[in-house]
Design a protein around this ligand. Structure first.
Ligand code: SAH
Ligand code: SF4
Length: 422
């Protein structure tokens, strides 16, 4: 009898099969707790535990929250409306952390890229992309990724762990530090929710460079749902970093069961990494498609709370030569978006090659033709200009470059040692 080969179902760790992650409130080696990433309620609970009465804990938490996230202070001494005697009490028990910067680079086009390190020594990336009308910070949600999209460099790394809310919010804090964007004057938080539609408007009313956040760094944000939600809630809080939900975009490769919750509990703009319109091709390049197929994914997009013509869903489509870039793919894309009645825009992303990548980028003519077909069907289809190519700014590349360098350094040291030994 012929025995059929057993195909094991793909197991995808993440929200359902949790990956290792430190607790949200984790004391450091010296016993002090980092407050960054915590909400007002969590801070009040810590103050209560540390001995303040309920009323004082709540009041102090409100003040400290404002100093942390709206003013960006990094020490308790700067908190001038908190009694001088209280400040050492805070400093003994708590710290105000930032991710450690391993490497920082600035591209000749203004793109900045950082390799950051967690307290337990894992490296991850953050990118800042300024352009004429906005400044976008690309934030990581995990160290590595459990999914293995074949064109994505992060997909070749194993997942180390989820980032904590503190490590996610910490990226935004660090970017504001570097860009020098903490307010110095009034303590009042500007009301960004009153800002016009973010399409093509100027910088935020107070002239800051960092205007938008995209969860498009390393990792799949919907496999670290709780931490991403908690972090973004802190980022959106009007008394803190105060970024409007209209200026934040969460990008997912298609974790269908978490999409409705993302709309309800976070409410930010949605971007979906579609990249292909047929089952065969999407199964190959975005393997989560084997678990949640294109139809299911597009239905979840159609049901996404808050999507409308004013707040369209972005479909990301990486242009891979002879893989997903034919005229027929463009026509099928249009048909699918229409079939599901999706308020959509399509971002065409030229593939950013990395050493050993199994694909090439489509030719500029092909990308232009593809864009025309989608655009002529009445769907906005901008081609994204590659940014920061001189500094390896594509997802996952700086981390690998740094590892390569450190290996090269190790080799050099070994050679020197051998030479010294004669
Ligand atoms: N995991 C999430 C968010 C991070 S990836 C997701 O997949 O949506 C952010 C975007 O960068 C995705 O659209 C991804 O497909 C794209 N991307 C990854 N590697 C790329 C590369 N080498 N060239 C172009 N785009 C890439
Ligand atoms: Fe993970 Fe997104 Fe890269 Fe896919 S594209 S491997 S989901 S980071």
């Amino acid at each position: 009898m012929q025995i059929e080969p057993q195909i094991s179902p793909m197991s995808i760790p993440g929200h359902f099969d949790p990956v290792p992650v430190p607790r949200e409130v984790t004391p450091r080696a010296d016993g002090r707790v980092d407050l960054i990433g915590l909400s007002r309620t969590q801070i009040a609970a810590l103050f209560l535990d540390a001995g303040l009465d309920a009323k004082a804990a709540k009041l102090r938490a409100k003040q400290v929250f404002h100093w942390l996230y709206h003013r960006g202070v990094t020490g308790f001494d700067a908190m001038t409306d908190i009694a001088k005697t209280m400040r050492p009490w805070l400093a003994e028990r708590f710290v105000i952390g930032r991710p450690e910067v391993v490497e920082a680079q600035v591209s000749n086009d203004g793109t900045r890229k950082w390799l950051l390190r967690t307290a337990d020594n894992h490296d991850f990336e953050m990118v800042f992309i300024p352009d004429a009308t906005r400044g976008t910070l690309c934030v990581s949600s995990q160290v590595g990724c459990t999914l293995n999209c074949r064109f994505c460099h992060t997909g070749t790394m194993r997942l180390v762990r989820n980032l904590t809310p503190g490590e996610i919010v910490g990226q935004v804090m660090l970017a504001r530090d570097v860009l020098g964007e903490w307010p110095r004057g009034s303590m009042a938080a500007p009301d960004f929710d009153d800002a016009e539609d973010d399409e093509g408007t100027d910088y935020t009313p107070d002239g800051r460079l960092l205007t938008n956040i995209v969860m498009m760094g390393m990792g799949e944000p919907l496999y670290n749902f709780d931490h991403v939600r908690d972090a973004l809630k802190v980022v959106m809080d009007g008394d803190g970093l105060a970024l409007s939900k209209r200026r934040i975009t969460l990008s997912t490769s298609g974790v269908v069961p978490m999409m409705a919750r993302a709309g309800e509990e976070i409410g930010v703009n949605l971007a979906v990494s579609l990249h292909a319109v047929t089952k065969d091709v999407r199964d190959e390049i975005v393997p989560i498609n084997r678990k949640y197929g294109i139809e299911e994914l597009l239905q979840a997009c159609a049901d996404y709370p808050g999507a409308s013509n004013a707040r369209r869903i972005t479909f990301e489509y990486v242009m891979l030569k002879d893989k997903n870039d034919r005229d027929s793919d463009a026509h099928e894309l249009v048909r699918l978006l229409r079939q599901y009645g999706l308020p959509a825009k399509v971002n065409l992303i030229p593939f950013n090659p990395w050493p050993g990548a199994p694909y090439e980028c489509s030719t500029p003519e092909r990308i232009k033709r593809f864009a025309e077909i989608v655009f002529n069907a009445g769907i906005s289809a901008p081609v994204r200009t590659p940014r920061g190519r001189d500094i390896d700014a594509a997802c996952g590349q700086l981390k690998t470059a740094a590892e390569r360098k450190s290996r090269a350094e190790v080799d050099r040291l070994l050679e020197e040692k051998q030479a010294a030994l004669g």
